[in-house]
Design a protein. Structure first.
Length: 114
């Protein structure tokens, strides 16, 4: 059984910061990539940022320069530092882990007020 436990969501004013974290546990095997997606109200889930074992991280154009993804491989944890938050960043943020199979976290709500 694989578990992804997310934390760090919440309510913040525009211009503020939040840091999300997601830790994988269980029989997950070798991790190839870890990242974050989000679903804004009334929209489809979209990629926010993802970091594989090699190469540079990929970011959605809308978050470049504001969000930073990082990983602690020993802890099987991925972080998303979100700065200069905007109301349009509001949504449910989902952790994504690729380890042969793909796994999703349960989601954590991020709300940015104007």
């Amino acid at each position: 059984q694989v578990q992804l436990v997310e934390s760090g969501g919440g309510l913040v004013q525009a211009g503020g910061s939040l840091k999300l974290s997601c830790t994988a546990s269980g029989s997950i095997g070798s991790i190839n990539a870890m990242g974050w997606y989000r679903r804004a109200p009334g929209k489809q889930r979209e990629l926010v940022a993802i970091k594989s074992n090699s190469g540079s991280p990929d970011y959605a154009d809308s978050v470049k320069g504001r969000f930073t993804i990082s990983r602690d491989n020993a802890k099987k944890t991925v972080y998303l530092q979100m700065n200069s938050l905007k109301p349009e960043d509001t949504g449910v943020y989902y952790c994504r882990v690729i380890a042969g199979l793909g796994y999703w976290g349960q989601g954590t709500q991020v709300t940015v007020s104007s």
